[in-house]
Structure formats: structure tokens, C-alpha cells
Design a protein around this ligand. Structure first.
Ligand SMILES: Cc1cc2nc3c(=O)[nH]c(=O)nc-3n(C[C@H](O)[C@H](O)[C@H](O)COP(=O)(O)OP(=O)(O)OC[C@H]3O[C@@H](n4cnc5c(N)ncnc54)[C@H](O)[C@@H]3O)c2cc1C
Length: 668
């Protein structure tokens, strides 16, 4: 058995995994990263629009701070998030953006003076403050009160990942590429590493570590059409599920992005609408103001995707051989803006649609995009069930997104979560020794070996490719944007049949080294379990919250469902997960449940909401008017952070006694 020891093992070389690895290495720990592909090819590179951080440099960001970012995030989540974590996140996001600047990210910067932008289909001239000249700029994104999304044109993920990976390289952090983790080594209480397979030679290895961090990204590819890279298959979540002990949180919370191109599903960033792009129907009519009079195209993603689907159902979609779609119109932004700030969108339109977005409207439709659910962790990023198992980024349910994440909050989560959780991972490694009976590693190695032997030598006849296609179709047809009981039950029943059939997989190609069919077979069994946690969670949750929209239960029901779904798979032979629920405590919330400010205002109220609102009013009254916003926040909901991340963030608005006369100016 090949055994490789390290202190801090990170599975996943996207932004989240690399940031944790950097935090471990900074503390002098032996650190090792595993990845299916070269780090710079990780899915994070695909992110376009930007990351949220309340810097408040741009004129439209003035007045922004952690409080506003926190509130937007909680409302975006439809009150499903962990508010402690949302606070930790909002506090550290400005630090992460500034750190990335020092690592070489070429953030788009503010230029003092006038600039023309499109706001609500009108040309508006903004006047950026002289004092902000050269500082990091921000654009508008959905569901936010301020322009807060920091960006590098529309290649933000690419710039961030290159800078992050270059930083990791400069620190001599090894990345073992083309390695796939297939099982966690654990004894039911503590995680000791992973069993992984080399995708080139087929060799199995035991990576044994003090801490194991899963940063494998989302599970979008359980759906037929997704904006995700084809490696976003949920294997990290399956690894946790297959321990039988660790839980996955809110797996039914799956986001559909409003503007993926038809038919291939490649994303055009929310930055298109943030910068002023409009949604139009088959008559060229701008329909969003009819549904969302305040935020219009810039309500949160779950709301815009639903409104688009409603509009298509009214017969207002544009017919196409691939089904009806709507139009995204960015022509009004002008060629110069598109060629400067939306270059990737322009290339995607040219290469995949043969159109020029400066002249032509873009055919779009809501498409699977983001996994809010993931490996449930506590606020330090650790699994509550398995000591030494951490998770971060899209793989995790750290839970700052609840049932809907805001655009720009995911890139931010990868680097902020990585920064915070990386410190807790390093603490864990410093305070724990590497204690493992090698027989335990051998047992898990043997299990994976037997699974491979059975696939290659067994008499199974089912095709992994066919099962995967079936699963993806079921998820698309029955567990999509709008859901209902009968269809969800159907999805669960059909997925169970597929899971049963996956026990009889057979391979045409019997090679043990590089063999895509073997890879597919190993994955599809795991993906089916992930798909079942999504479908079962959705079938059980009889309310609508964020991206989980039940036609048969259209109200958000805080009275009965203000909780987090926890899925586990204790019986390996079972055909469905066990679901439990973790209540969210209204009496500890800084922002008790209310109306999001967009979407439908129809929630069934939680019995504690009024009590908590009164308690908050009393606390604030007691503090008096002299208390600053930090004192008020601490009195309402204290949260913890590693010491070095605690200091307050500085902003231009703190230093500008009176911003220059034109700093807040806007002329039509
Ligand atoms: C097209 C697109 C555009 C987006 N734009 C934005 C945006 O503008 N702003 C924003 O905030 N968010 C955006 N997002 C979301 C955001 O990009 C992702 O949520 C985020 O980058 C995920 O990063 P990650 O580090 O968690 O995972 P990833 O970047 O997905 O990395 C996962 C890593 O895990 C490895 N891996 C996976 N499985 C295994 C395994 N079994 N064994 C070993 N290694 C494994 C992979 O090789 C990879 O290195 C966008 C998403 C898409 C799809």
C-alpha cells in the first residue's frame, strides 16, 4: 500500500482549497493538495462577474459597509443562512480583496471624474470622487443595496485563480494533479485522510493527514444542463455522505442562474444585468419591471429565474428548436463597454452563438448554476460529526448562502472562507497529532480496490454513461426551478431504481489505468446518492424558500421550516438518505425573518419573530444613541473570528470628513 503522510491535506485546487493550503503552509505545516486537473484549470477560473466586498470606493458604493453586506446576504438567503457565518464573511471580505491585490490580482480601479453608465435603461453620468481615484472599483449585482462587486473585467475567477495558484507555487505547496479522492479514511469519529486513485496510472494511494479539507466544488452536473464545468459532479459531497456519519446540509437548495445561453448552457455573467443589460421577451418587451417594480432585472437570482419561467409559461418565450427562451439585451451598453468589461461574454457569443452582443440580443434561459448545499460544517469549517474533516467553498454548507446565494458571494466565499477556515485548520493541525492505525487505511484501500475489481471483473451489464444521462434528465425534469410533490416523488422513485441498477455496472473497457469508463462508473454511483439527497430533501421540504420553490407550497413557512436539512447515509445498502433537521434560532438572529424587498411577500411568520424584534428594539434603546455600529452589532449577535482577522475595515467614507461635493453626485 502506498501511504503518503502530511499535516494538512486539501482535496481540491480551486480558490477555496488553495486558500486553505496557503493558510496551512504559512504556519509551517506540511501541506498537500489533490486535484483532478491542474490547479489553474479548476472551475473557479470560469467565474466572470466578480466578488462582493463592502469597500465603498465607487460612488454607487458609498455608504456601504459590513452591516449592509450582511443584511443583503441574509435576505438573499431567504433567512436560511447561518447569520454568525454571514457576519464572519461580511467582516472579512474587504480584507480578502485587499490581500488578493497584494498577490497580484489586477482589480478594475476607480477613475476620478465623470463616467457614463446605464441604470434602469437610462444613461446616467456618475462622478467618481477624486479621493477614490485608483482604488478598487465595484459594479452592481442582483439583490444588493450598493454597488459592491469587485471585478477584473469579466474574467474575475481567472485572475483570482492565477494569482492564488502563483502564490501557492511561490510557497512550494505541492499539488498532486490527476488524482481523484474516492473515500475518506475514518473511524466514525475522526477523519484521517483519503484513498485516492491516480487517473493516469490507476494506482491507489492512501493520503494520511492530521486534517482533511474537502474543497471539491459543487454538484451541478447531476443536472442535464448546467453552467458548471463537467468535473463539478459532487464527488466531495459523496465522500462525506459515504462515511455514514458526516452530514450534508440543505442539499435541495440548488440555484438556477437567469442568463445561460441557449442551448449549451454557458453562462453570461450577472455583470451583464449589473452593468445595465435588460431582459426582453419575444415581442422585445422588457418584462421584469412588471414583476419586480423595485429591483427589476436585479432582484436576486432565484426570483429573476422564476419570473422568467413564469413569463415563458405565459407564452412570451421565443420559440427555438431547443425550446423557448428569452433575450438578454446588452446592446445599450455600447461596444466600448462590452469590449472592456464584458470581453468573455463577447467571446462566448461570437464562438458559441455566432452573434455580436453589441448588435444582437443574446438567447438565454435559467439554467442550473450553483450548489448552496454541501458538507455541513460548523462556523470553523469542521464537520460536527467527524473531527479533522473540514470543508470549504462550494463543496461546503458553511452556510452563508442559505437557500439562495447572491451573485458575487461565491467567489468571495471561496477566498474569505479559505482565509478564515484555513486558520482553524492550521490550529487543528498544531493541536492534534497524526494518530492512525495503518490497518484502518488499509481497510479503506481494500474497499476501493474491491469496488474497482468488481467493476472490471464482475458480470454487471449496466452502462455508467446511460445511468448518468437518465439521472441528469430526472433532475432536470422533476427537481428544477419550480417543484411539486408528485414530480419530486417520481424523481425519488426513479433515482432509487437507478441507484439499484448502479450496483450492476459493467465496463466495456477493462483497463485499470487511464480509463474514462471506469472513472464514470466510480462516479455515477456516488452522484446518484448526491442526487437522491437533493430530491429527497426537496420532496420533504413542504414550503418555498429561496431557490427551493414548491408550486404546491408557495409560501415561505418560518413557523414549520426555519431549519437546515441534514442528510446522512448510515446504511450503505439503503436506497435513500436519512433526513434530520437543525432549527435556526430566531432569538439569536441579528436580523429576524422578514420581507426580502423583492419576490413575493407571503411568509408564514415564526412565533418568535415579534419577540426577537422587541428584544432587539430594547437592546438598542438601552445602548443609546451614542453607541457606534460596531457596539450595536456586538450587543445583538456577537460572533467569533481568529484574532488576526478581527480588526475593523477602513473605508474612504471613514477618512473623508466631507466627501467632495461631487462624490455623491449623479447627473442624467
Ligand atoms: C460560469 C460560472 C461563472 C461564475 N461566476 C461567478 C462570479 O462572477 N462570482 C461569484 O461569486 N461566483 C461565480 N461563480 C461561482 C464560483 O465560480 C464557484 O462557486 C467557485 O469558484 C467554486 O470554487 P471552489 O474552490 O469551491 O471549487 P472549484 O473551483 O470548483 O474547485 C474544485 C477543485 O476540486 C477538485 N476536485 C473535485 N473533485 C475531486 C476529487 N474527487 N478528488 C480530487 N480533487 C477533486 C477539482 O480538480 C478542482 O481543483 C460562477 C460559476 C460559474 C459556473
Amino acid at each position: 500500500m502506498k501511504l503518503i503522510y502530511t499535516d494538512s491535506l486539501v482535496v481540491g485546487a480551486g480558490l477555496a482549497g488553495l486558500r486553505v493550503a496557503i493558510a496551512s503552509k504559512e504556519r509551517g505545516l506540511d501541506t498537500l493538495v489533490l486535484s483532478l486537473i491542474p490547479a489553474k484549470r479548476s472551475h473557479s477560473a470560469a467565474a466572470q462577474g466578480g466578488m462582493q466586498a463592502s469597500l465603498g470606493n465607487a460612488v454607487k458604493g458609498m455608504g456601504d459597509d459590513e452591516d449592509v453586506h450582511f443584511q443583503d446576504t441574509v435576505k438573499g438567503s431567504d433567512w436560511g443562512c447561518d447569520q454568525d457565518v454571514a457576519r464572519m464573511f461580511a467582516h472579512c471580505a474587504p480584507k480578502a480583496v485587499r490581500e488578493l491585490a497584494t498577490w497580484g490580482v489586477p482589480w478594475s480601479r476607480v477613475s476620478a471624474g465623470p463616467r457614463d453608465v446605464i441604470v434602469n435603461a437610462q444613461k446616467v453620468t456618475l462622478h467618481e470622487a477624486q479621493e477614490a481615484h485608483g482604488l478598487i472599483n465595484a459594479r452592481d449585482f442582483g439583490g444588493t443595496k450598493k454597488w459592491r462587486t469587485c471585478y477584473t473585467a469579466d474574467g474575475t475567477g481567472h485572475s483570482l485563480l492565477y494569482a492564488m495558484d502563483n502564490k501557492a507555487i511561490s510557497m512550494d505547496i505541492p499539488v498532486h494533479e490527476r488524482i481523484e479522492a474516492l473515500a475518506l479514511i475514518h473511524d466514525g469519529k475522526r477523519c484521517h485522510g483519503v484513498i485516492a486513485r491516480c487517473l493516469i496510472t490507476g494506482e491507489l494511494r492512501a493520503y494520511v493527514a492530521k486534517s482533511t479539507t474537502i474543497a471539491t466544488g459543487g454538484y451541478g452536473r447531476i443536472y442535464e444542463v448546467s453552467t458548471n464545468a463537467i468535473i463539478c459532479e459532487g464527488i466531495g459531497q459523496a465522500l462525506a455522505l459515504e462515511t455514514g456519519v458526516a452530514t450534508l446540509g440543505n442539499m435541495e437548495a440548488v440555484q438556477f442562474h437567469p442568463t445561460a445561453i441557449v442551448p449549451v448552457g454557458i453562462l453570461t455573467t450577472e455583470g451583464c444585468r449589473g452593468d445595465g443589460g435588460l431582459l426582453r421577451d419575444k415581442d422585445g418587451y422588457r418584462f421584469m419591471p412588471d414583476y419586480e417594480s423595485d429591483k427589476k432585472e436585479l432582484a436576486s437570482r432565484d426570483v429573476v429565474s422564476r419570473r422568467m419561467t413564469e413569463h415563458i409559461r405565459k407564452g412570451k418565450g421565443v420559440d427555438s428548436p431547443y425550446g423557448p427562451h428569452l433575450w438578454l439585451d446588452i446592446t445599450l451598453l455600447g461596444r466600448k463597454h462590452i469590449e472592456t468589461n464584458l470581453r468573455e461574454v463577447q467571446e462566448i457569443c461570437e464562438n458559441f452563438l455566432g452573434i455580436d452582443p453589441a448588435k444582437d440580443w443574446i438567447p438565454v434561459r435559467p439554467t442550473q448554476h450553483y450548489s448552496m448545499g454541501g458538507i455541513r460544517t460548523n462556523a470553523t469549517g469542521e464537520s460536527p460529526q467527524l473531527k479533522g474533516l473540514f470543508s470549504v467553498g462550494e463543496a461546503a454548507c458553511w452556510d452563508m448562502h442559505g437557500f439562495n446565494r447572491l451573485g458575487g458571494n461565491s467567489l468571495a466565499e471561496t477566498v474569505v472562507g479559505g482565509m478564515i477556515i484555513g486558520k482553524y485548520v492550521a490550529d487543528f493541525c498544531e493541536n492534534n497529532s497524526l494518530e492512525i492505525d495503518t490497518q484502518l487505511a488499509e481497510r479503506f484501500m481494500q474497499q476501493v480496490q474491491s469496488e474497482i475489481d468488481l467493476l472490471i471483473e464482475g458480470d454487471g451489464h449496466e452502462s455508467a454513461f446511460a445511468l448518468k444521462r437518465e439521472m441528469q434528465r430526472i433532475m432536470m425534469d422533476y427537481v428544477g426551478i419550480f417543484r411539486n410533490g408528485p414530480e419530486l416523488d417520481k424523481a425519488v422513485a426513479e433515482l432509487k431504481v437507478l441507484l439499484e441498477r448502479s450496483r450492476k455496472l459493467g465496463l466495456k473497457c477493462k483497463k485499470r489505468h487511464a480509463n474514462p469508463e471506469l472513472v464514470e462508473a466510480l462516479r455515477v454511483k456516488r452522484m446518484l446518492k448526491v442526487a437522491l439527497t437533493v430530491a429527497c430533501g426537496a420532496a420533504a421540504r413542504t414550503e418555498s424558500r429561496g431557490a427551493h420553490a414548491r408550486e404546491d407550497f408557495p409560501q415561505r413557512n418560518d413557523r414549520d421550516w426555519l431549519n437546515r436539512t441534514l442528510a446522512s447515509w448510515p446504511d450503505a445498502d439503503a436506497l435513500e438518505p436519512v433526513l434530520n433537521y437543525e432549527a435556526l434560532d430566531v432569538m439569536k438572529m441579528e436580523l429576524p425573518p422578514g420581507y426580502r424587498g423583492y419576490g413575493i411577500n407571503n411568509a408564514i411568520v415564526h412565533p418568535d419573530t415579534e419577540k426577537r424584534e422587541q428584544q432587539i428594539a430594547n437592546i438598542l434603546a438601552e445602548l443609546g444613541e451614542d453607541a457606534d455600529r460596531y457596539q450595536r452589532q456586538r450587543a445583538l449577535m456577537p460572533f467569533e473570528l481568529p484574532e488576526s482577522l478581527q480588526p475593523n475595515n477602513e473605508r474612504l467614507s471613514d477618512t473623508l470628513k466631507s466627501p467632495s461635493a461631487n462624490a455623491l453626485g449623479e447627473k442624467s
